[in-house]
Design a protein around this ligand. Structure first.
Ligand code: AMP
Length: 185
């Protein structure tokens, strides 16, 4: 049996989004399963998190969800079908496990939670705490304004190294795994 690599995916918990984002998440789930890449995510059954996790399973892959007890209890929306569902006490503990378990990191379209998680792994890479690949899936140009803002930060002197040297931006889900350069399993 082929061994799994693990990739942590940060993405939206919202269901009120355009279908194109859902299709991208599902397509990426197919790619993970077919490439024997295990999905590490926030353990929710909602939004793109749930869509991608179900797609991974539909295509025979593996899902590891990491979710704080409070979030699971309050919302009652953990993805219980996860092959491993890791319950944590705090959000910080959860983020730490998602960070530790990933051989690489991907951000899909999302809200504040996704942005916060993406910026954390980006900052840690910039500071040299890790050297793992980070990929931003820019479906429909969703992150164009963020990328422009990164330009602005650099021009204004707040980030001498341009942030884009620490991550790769791709437009299509099929391009995510090649950009992560995980190597053969
Ligand atoms: P957001 O982009 O604001 O929708 O937040 C999504 C990100 O925050 C995910 O990557 C999760 O790690 C985390 N998150 C937010 N809401 C939930 C939820 N209901 N269940 C699990 N994780 C969540």
């Amino acid at each position: 049996m082929a061994s799994y690599r693990s990739v942590t995916v940060y993405c939206s918990s919202s269901n009120s989004i355009d279908r194109s984002y859902v299709e991208a998440a599902k397509k990426l789930g197919t790619c993970f399963a077919k490439s024997h890449v295990q999905l590490i995510n926030g353990g929710g059954s909602v939004g793109l998190m749930g869509e991608m996790a179900r797609s991974v399973h539909d295509h025979g892959g593996r899902v590891v969800g990491v979710i704080p007890v409070a979030l699971k209890e309050i919302e009652g929306r953990a993805y219980d079908a996860s092959d491993e569902l890791i319950l944590t006490e705090t959000m910080r503990e959860r983020k730490g496990i998602m960070y530790d378990r990933g051989d690489g990191y991907v951000a899909l379209a999302g809200g504040y939670g996704t942005l916060e998680e993406f910026l954390e792994v980006l900052t840690l890479r910039k500071l040299g705490y890790h050297n793992k690949s980070i990929v931003l899936l820019n479906t429909n140009g969703f992150y164009d304004q963020l990328l422009s803002f990164f330009d602005h930060m650099t021009h204004a002197g707040f980030s001498p190294e341009h942030a884009t040297q620490y991550f790769t931006t791709v437009s299509e889900p099929e391009d995510v795994l090649p950009a992560l350069e995980l190597g053969e399993s």
